[in-house]
Design a protein around this ligand. Structure first.
Ligand SMILES: *[C@@H]1O[C@H](CO)[C@@H](O)[C@H](O)[C@H]1NC(C)=O
Ligand SMILES: *[C@@H]1O[C@H](CO)[C@@H](O)[C@H](O)[C@H]1NC(C)=O
Ligand SMILES: *[C@@H]1O[C@H](CO)[C@@H](O)[C@H](O)[C@H]1NC(C)=O
Ligand SMILES: *[C@@H]1O[C@H](CO)[C@@H](O)[C@H](O)[C@H]1NC(C)=O
Ligand SMILES: *[C@@H]1O[C@H](CO)[C@@H](O)[C@H](O)[C@H]1NC(C)=O
Ligand SMILES: *[C@@H]1O[C@H](CO)[C@@H](O)[C@H](O)[C@H]1NC(C)=O
Length: 429
């Protein structure tokens, strides 16, 4: 009797010590906040563009976040430190510590960093170039009649300031199929696609204000987040207490070294469970919510500025003098601000650090994914004698259904929504 009892305890312990294998699971959670590869969330404008009887597009306006870029200087060191853990994890595994399965440990051990990842700090990555190339390519195909041949006066391409964004525009024109296209010079001081950058009030009161990050820090003290840390500690078998910086380094390794285009997830992701990745995504959501969105009433004011441009350009296009194509290239911050100005993805109860609501509407993995984009088309419709107009919104190449009827706004609805944004001033800056 005693022997059986002992045996069964031994069996239980062995069973518990082997956790799930990442490599053989086939349903991974692939939303990594603002570092989500575009391929994991995008639709395809060639398939999704809304065909309405008697209507055809006369103007396309788009705001596009840069594609995947390498980590910035603040994060590179954390990541480099964390890479050394692959040796410790292997050593621990061989000594019966940690709970990762053999193949996951081996895949991690065999992983090698692409040197460009750490050397070309904050620069566009190859994958980021491809992400934007794809958008240029698909826009041209989806609106082939409108965009077949473009004179200089028919289009406008401008990027916010920053080499990693500007280099991406080259990818766009390459994908579009006309590398002779003229790209306007970016403006380092002020631009409608990054008006917050030049606003010292915003920089001081929001971006660099510790209060902005209070809920995020609060969340990192919740039992839910502490459990994430504990699980990672157990899986890796580390004999020192992992700090928040160590977790960030590991998470960044997972998300930056996953590839959307190759549809491969990094072996670093094996350190995390689905719940861990969801908790880390929420940290990103809180950050974006307070720094760029509803968490501070200033944020949405900036979002009105590009939307006022959209209204003006479509008004001009309606009168027959507009551009066929307008594309602005920008930052995640601006994408978040624009969605906020439109009142989209707004939760009734603001996000907070006490409780992660799995049903929340605000998702940085969608609004601010790499190459996140808002595309809007102006359509002219004629039925017999009368001519009318409508406007269709697309988010990441899918109709943005929550804005109007299935993404299709009548001209009147569109004008009513955007009119209040004309004359937006940032005098408070
Ligand atoms: C863990 O983080 C601390 C700072 O928080 C850092 O000094 C240390 O190098 C990190 N260790 C690893 C293995 O990443
Ligand atoms: C390519 O771009 C150049 C510069 O704007 C323009 O002159 C030319 O017509 C474009 N070609 C096509 C096929 O649109
Ligand atoms: C989180 O907990 C740490 C350690 O107990 C404490 O120093 C810090 O002030 C807490 N942060 C917040 C935002 O509650
Ligand atoms: C994708 O796969 C190709 C071919 O195997 C490889 O050359 C490329 O580096 C991979 N890209 C990424 C971002 O992993
Ligand atoms: C946090 O948000 C949840 C809803 O997601 C709400 O029920 C809760 O009251 C909020 N907590 C605080 C402290 O605001
Ligand atoms: C914007 O300002 C101009 C000039 O002051 C004014 O004529 C116009 O009515 C204003 N538009 C809106 C929508 O406030």
């Amino acid at each position: 009797m005693k022997i059986i009892a002992i045996l069964s305890t031994v069996f239980t312990i062995i069973k518990l010590s082997i956790s799930n294998c990442y490599w053989s699971e086939n349903c991974h959670y692939k939303y990594f906040s603002s570092k989500t590869p575009y391929e994991f969330v995008r639709g395809d404008i060639r398939d999704s563009f809304v065909k309405i009887k008697g209507c055809y597009a006369i103007s396309v306006w788009s705001l596009v976040r840069h594609g995947k870029r390498n980590p910035g200087i603040d994060y590179v060191q954390n990541m480099l430190d964390a890479t050394t853990m692959k040796y410790t994890i292997k050593f621990n595994h061989e000594n019966g510590k940690g709970s990762m399965c053999a193949q996951d440990v081996e895949n991690l051990y065999n992983w090698e960093a692409d040197p460009k990842l750490f050397q070309n700090v904050h620069q566009i990555a190859d994958e980021g170039y491809q992400e934007i190339f794809g958008i240029g390519y698909r826009i041209r195909k989806a609106f082939k009649d409108l965009l077949k041949s473009l004179d200089d006066k028919d289009y406008k391409l401008r990027s916010a300031y920053g080499a990693w964004i500007e280099n991406g525009v080259k990818a766009f024109v390459e994908g579009f199929g006309n590398t002779s296209m003229i790209i306007e010079k970016s403006n380092a001081d002020y631009d409608i696609m990054a008006p917050y950058e030049a606003c010292s009030f915003y920089v001081k009161e929001v971006k660099n204000n510790m209060k902005t990050y209070l809920e995020e820090n609060k969340y990192k003290n919740t039992s839910e987040y502490l459990a994430v840390k504990k699980r990672i500690q157990q899986r890796t078998g580390m004999d020192f207490t992992l700090t928040n910086k160590n977790i960030t380094g590991l998470y960044d390794l997972c998300r930056y070294t996953s590839s959307g285009l190759n549809n491969t997830l990094s072996p670093w992701c094996a350190i995390f469970t689905k719940e861990d990745i969801q908790a880390l995504e929420y940290v990103g959501d809180l950050r974006h919510f307070f720094r760029n969105s509803y968490g501070n009433p200033i944020n949405e004011i900036f979002g009105r500025i590009p939307l006022a441009d959209l209204l003006e350009r479509f008004k001009t296009a309606k009168n027959g003098k507009g551009k066929k194509l307008t594309v602005y290239f920008t930052h995640a911050t601006m994408m978040d601000m624009v969605y906020s100005a439109l009142g989209l993805f707004k939760d009734e109860i603001p996000l907070n650090g006490t409780f992660r609501n799995p049903e929340r509407k605000w998702r940085s993995s969608k609004t601010a994914t790499f190459a996140a984009n808002l595309m809007v088309t102006l359509n002219r419709c004629s039925n017999g004698e009368s001519t009318g107009y409508n406007v269709v919104f697309y988010m990441n190449e899918e109709p943005l259904k929550s804005i109007c009827n299935e993404g299709v706004c009548s001209w009147e609805d569109f004008e009513m929504k955007l009119k209040p944004f004309i004359n937006t001033t940032t005098a408070f800056c």
